[in-house]
Design a protein around this ligand. Sequence first.
Ligand code: ZN
Ligand code: MN
Length: 411
Amino acid sequence: MYTPIIGMEIHVELKTKSKMFCGCPADHFGKKPNTQTCPVCLGLPGALPVPNKKAVEWTIMLGLALGSKIANVSKFDRKHYFYPDLPKGYQISQYDQPIATNGKLGEVRIRRVHLEEDTGKLQHKRNNTLVDFNRSGVPLVEIVTEPDIHSAEQAKIFLKKLHQIIRYLDISDADMEKGSMRLEPNISLNTGDFPKYKVEVKNINSFRFVGKAIDFEIKRHEQILEKGETPKQETRGWNEAKNETVSQRSKEEAMDYRYFPEPDIPPMRFSPSQISNIQSTIPELPDAKKVRFKKEYGIPDQDIEILLEEKADMFEELVKQGAKDHITPKEIANYMINKKSDHILADIKEAKNTMEISDEDIEQILAEHSKAVEDYKNGKQPALMFLLGQIKRKQPKADSQKILESLRKKL
Ligand code: ZN
Ligand code: MN
C-alpha cells in the first residue's frame, strides 16, 4: 500500500485596477491583443518597475486570512527563463523573502504566499505562434502548500475552501475558466521511505480536473512502483480530451532559474501597525460565518454550506426584512436554496397565505351551506366532508386535518 503525498501550487490573478509594476489596466480578459501594454510590461530596455501598493496589501491580507506570518522585510527577485511569453527573459517574483509564510488552512499547512507578475499569452495558430502581452505584468499571487494532502477528495476540499476565502476577500475573480485561478498539484507515492521523486501537473483550470489528474497520477505511479521502478521526476500537463496527463519536461531539462534580487525595486518593510490595519479590513470568513449562522439561525449544516457559497449576505438581509412578517430564517434558507427568485419574501408570504384559512373564511362557508350544517348536526357524517370540500375549493393548499379540526369545533 502506498500513501499519496500531494502538495499544491495555486496562482491567482489579483483584480487590481492596474498591473503589478506599471499603470496599464490589469483587466485583460477578452481585450483586443496588445492594446494594454507599455514599455514596462513589454520589458523594453530602461523601463523601471514600480510595485502596485494595493497588490502588496492584498497579498498580506490573503496571507493573514490563511493564518500566515507576514515578513518584516520582503523583496522581489528575478526568476530567469527563456520563453516567448516573458519579454524581459525573467519574471519578477519572490524567492527567499516572500510576503507570507507558515500558514494553515484546515489540515493543510501553507508554506508561503508570494507576489509576482503574470506572463503574456501565447496563441498557436497553424504554423505560427502569436503573443498577446495584455496579461504580461498582471499581479499574480502564488500560494504553495506543504505536501499535507493525501487524496484527490482532500485536494478538492482544500481548493474549494481556498477559492471561497479569496472570493470573500474580494481580491480576485478567481474564475478558473478565465484562467484567473490556476491549479498545480505535485504528486508522489510514499513507499515507506520518503519518496525520491515528484511529479507536477501544470495549469489545471477546474477542481474536477485536479481530482482526475491526481487519481490518474496515483494509478500511474502505482503501476510503475509495482514493477520495482521509480516514476520519473517530471512536469506533466492535463489532457482534457484524453482524460490523462502527458509528459511535458523531465528533470534533466529542469530549469535553473538563476534567482537574484531585483535591483530596480527596494525591499519592502511592513510595520506591525500596517499589518494590523490590513488585518482589520478582513471581512468575516466562511468558517466563522458558518459557526455564527448555526448559532443565530439554527439552519442545517448543508443549507449553511450552500448559502456560504455566495448568498450569505442576501440571506441575512432577507432574514432582517422577513422578521416583520414572521418569516423564519429556516423558511428563507429553504426557499433560497430550492428556488432562485428576486421576490423571495413576497413569494413565501403568498405561499403561507394560500396555505392558511382564516376563521372568517370557515364561518362564511358554514353560512353559505346551512343545509349541510343542518345535516351534519343531524348525524350525517358525509356532510362534514362536503364542507371540507367547499373550503378546499377556496384554499386548495390548506391542511385538511386542520380544517376538519376547526369545523368540528365550530359545529
Ligand atoms: Zn504596462
Ligand atoms: Mn509562480
